[in-house]
Ligand binder design. Sequence first.
Ligand SMILES: Cc1cc2nc3c(=O)[nH]c(=O)nc-3n(C[C@H](O)[C@H](O)[C@H](O)COP(=O)(O)O)c2cc1C
Length: 99
Amino acid sequence: MKTIVINASPRKRWNTAQILKSAYEGAKSVGADVEYIDLYDIDLKGCMSCLVCKSKKTEKVKCYWRDDLSPIIERILEADTLLVGSPIYFGKPTSHFRA
Ligand SMILES: Cc1cc2nc3c(=O)[nH]c(=O)nc-3n(C[C@H](O)[C@H](O)[C@H](O)COP(=O)(O)O)c2cc1C
């Protein structure tokens, strides 16, 4: 079983990361193939509002723009489990989570 764990906190050792690392260890302990990603280490563009993804000719869920997140999205689509953790800043998940 493939599991991807994404930390959408800018802090790599604080609350969100600690919870996610526990989940990572738990998944590993039952034999899952687990990948842990710190989202703030990734160079990502976010939505460019080009609307290519809405075109009927475009493959579903695929973004036209390539960045460091693109291969991770490919792996997420192949994964069995996705865990994403984010702190709440002013009532919302972080900007990287939303991007
Ligand atoms: C700028 C800022 C805004 C925050 N806004 C909220 C909020 O609206 N609601 C909330 O419950 N916690 C809020 N918090 C608290 C964080 O979500 C909380 O401390 C979280 O565990 C931090 O995650 P981290 O340890 O991964 O950095 C805020 C923290 C910061 C730094």
